[in-house]
Design a protein around this ligand. Sequence first.
Ligand code: SAM
Length: 258
Amino acid sequence: MGATKTSGVRPERDAYGQEIWNCYKGNSTYEVVERDDGLIDLGTAQPYFREFDHWATAEREAITWARGRVLDVGAGAGRVALYLQPRGHEVLSIDNSPLAVKVAKLRGAKQARVLDARKIGTLRGPSDTTLFDSALFDTIVMYGNNFGLFGGTAQGQRMLATMHRITSAEAKIIGSATDPYQTDDPLHREYQRRNRRRGRMSGQLRLRIRYRQYCGDWFDYLLASVEEVEKMVKGTGWKIGEVVQQPGPGYVVILVKA
Ligand SMILES: C[S@@+](CC[C@H](N)C(=O)[O-])C[C@H]1O[C@@H](n2cnc3c(N)ncnc32)[C@H](O)[C@@H]1O
């Protein structure tokens, strides 16, 4: 397995971090995203270095919901912290990629640490960080389609329950998501049917990232429609407060405490 003691990926498995590092150094970069049916696609980390004015419209609009202490989950190069810190927010950026955390810090994220999103339950406690001694978070941000990190129903519900525990009464989760049904591609349609036959959510993708000689571990990544999000959050202490749509399959969902 690729996990280390700190729940981060091992350096030799940190394909995404290597890409972020090269992007940070000014190189143009592309990663190969490999799905478990053999499909490969190209992606790039470059959008995650963009200034606010160039963010997706839904992400720009939804970030105005951020309040108080913020936990940025899967923070990448730290663009959310760089936007929110000057606006008076204390932000803790977490990412399971050691190199992403290094880049986020170099770019000015004040509090960034290597942590797997599935381990955020360990965040409370006085020995934690200087900014967040025993404090609850008021906002959790999951941008760059990081709603996908919920992975699927069971893992998602566990993470949502933990998020409920480590957040204040008025807290919100602001997550960007993708509706898997807005596609005509027969390969995606068939993958979704195969998922349903196997009892998985239609948009539950099994992926791994390759970059240059690096290859990450396989992980589940969830694409979900608004209706599926509504179903998934039921019973976790959260409900949909707002959906910010934009052209195309991407949208931002804001969860509030039920
Ligand atoms: C698409 S990037 C988005 C970065 C950032 N949220 C943004 O919008 O600019 C996804 C990030 O999530 C991180 N990530 C993936 N799986 C993770 C996990 N299980 N726990 C924490 N971070 C994770 C990756 O290392 C990567 O930096």
